[in-house]
Every structure is written in C-alpha cells, then in structure tokens.
Design a binder for this molecule. Structure first.
Ligand SMILES: C[S@@+](CC[C@H](N)C(=O)[O-])C[C@H]1O[C@@H](n2cnc3c(N)ncnc32)[C@H](O)[C@@H]1O
Length: 231
C-alpha cells in the first residue's frame, strides 16, 4: 500500500492549522521534551508563567497543578489557541501572537517557556529578545528545540492531515551555539543544557509502530535540545 505524502515543507502557520485537531497525540520527541522540562522547572508556586508558542496548551496543566499564580499563553495559530481554550480548567489568558512581537509590557513573568517552536523561526534573535523582555530580572527562561543532530540525521517534523496525507513542517536547524549567542545578546545567561536521546522511555512508540530495528539504530540519538536560561 502506498502512503499518500506531500513532502513540500509547509510554513508553520499553515501546518499547525492543519495539525491542530490531532496535535495532542504524543510521540518520542514530545515525551522526551515533557520529561526534561519537568526536570528543569523551578518551583512554580505563586509564580507568573508565560507559555510562548503554547500550541494546544497541552503543557499548561503542569503549570496549573504546580500552583502558578498567573498563566498566560500565546501562539501564532488561531486553531491551536482555540484548542487551548477548549481545554481550559482554571482562569488563564490566551492570545494569538507571534513570539517575535509579544503583546506585553516588559518584566512581567517569573518563568517563560518557548517549547518546540524555535525551529519554526528562521532567525532566533527577535524571539530571544522578546522572551528576555517579558522576563523579570532573575526569571527562568526555558527553551526547547528539535535537536540539531536529529535534524541532521534526516528526521523531519511531520504529521498526517485530516485526509491521512503525510505533511512536513518547515524547520530551521539552530545549533546550540546559535541559541546561546542569541540568548546572550538578549541578556540571558545559560544555566543548564539537557539533550534527551532515543532510549527506553520512548521504546514503546517504536514497538507500536513495528519499528524496533529503527529503535536499535537510533538509540542514543538526541531528539531534543533543552536550555535553561536566567534573566
Ligand atoms: C511543535 S508545536 C509546540 C507547541 C507547545 N509548545 C508544545 O510543546 O506542545 C509548535 C508551535 O509553535 C507555534 N509557532 C510557530 N511559530 C511561531 C511564532 N513565530 N510565534 C508564536 N508561535 C509560533 C506553532 O503555531 C505551534 O503551535
């Protein structure tokens, strides 16, 4: 059986419009990313958190159960924000906005997330400038990205649209140094780096897909780059 595929990379705005309905299905990248951000997270109780590029808001419950005082989330794509709104449990502010032009005054947040979206931005300078501007002095800024080693090894950001056609999302490879330079120029200081790789935590996904041979080949390949900065 042939699998229908349109492998022309779609710009993020178009891609996530098509992906919004099925986006919440987890995969090895999202599970590794979720777990390492939980490891990096400072104490949330009483803190104000911004989730920049929140997608469907699937990580917001982590912020809320952690006792954040205020949770604000933005995303470029209306369809993704709409889904975040539908899962709303506690009061929070949601808006459609580009991370490169955040609609906030400066120094409002104690914790800022920018998770799995950096690769959709061709030049990270504006994004880091805005993340740093939104952060209070001493705030934590957590940035995660599809790992450059995974992208160089040929892994792509892909999904199936409502018709079952395989689609690829435009992705720009940013090495660690590119992240750190842009962050440093914005006034942020790197505190920790985590690079979770293919291993037992995500083996179940390969088993379910009948791809154990790929699992063995990819063991040790980092899929996620996670950076903890201090403002
Ligand atoms: C892979 S999803 C990650 C969503 C969420 N952070 C998560 O971890 O589940 C990437 C998200 O980035 C958003 N995005 C892409 N470019 C953006 C930009 N310039 N400003 C804000 N959001 C953007 C997309 O619309 C999409 O929802």
């Amino acid at each position: 059986m042939t699998v229908p595929a349109d492998l022309t990379p779609l710009p993020a705005r178009e891609a996530y419009r098509l992906w919004a309905d099925s986006y919440d299905a987890e995969n090895p990248v999202t599970i590794l990313e979720r777990d390492c951000v939980r490891d990096l997270m400072p104490l949330l109780r009483g803190k104000a958190l911004l989730d920049a590029a929140c997608g469907t808001g699937r990580r917001l419950p982590d912020a809320e159960t952690g006792g954040a005082r205020r949770v604000v989330a933005v995303d470029l794509v209306h369809e993704m924000i709409h889904r975040a709104q539908a899962r709303r449990r506690t009061p929070r502010a949601l808006a459609v906005a580009d991370v490169r032009a955040l609609p906030f005054l400066e120094s409002l947040f104690d914790i800022v997330w920018f998770r799995l979206a950096a690769g959709h931005v061709p030049d990270l300078g504006d994004a880091y400038r805005e993340l740093a501007r939104a952060a209070r002095a001493g705030a934590y800024v957590i940035v995660t990205d599809f790992h450059p080693a995974a992208a160089s090894a040929g892994h792509v950001r892909s999904f199936r649209d409502a018709r079952g056609t395989l689609r690829v999302v435009e992705h720009h490879i940013h090495d660690v140094g590119v992240h750190v330079n842009a962050a440093t120029r914005a006034g942020l200081t790197l505190e920790r780096t985590i690079e979770p790789a293919v291993g037992p935590t995500v083996r179940q996904f390969y088993v379910a897909a009948g791809r154990l041979a790929a699992y063995e080949r990819q063991r040790g390949l980092p899929l996620v780059l996670a950076l903890l900065f201090r403002a």
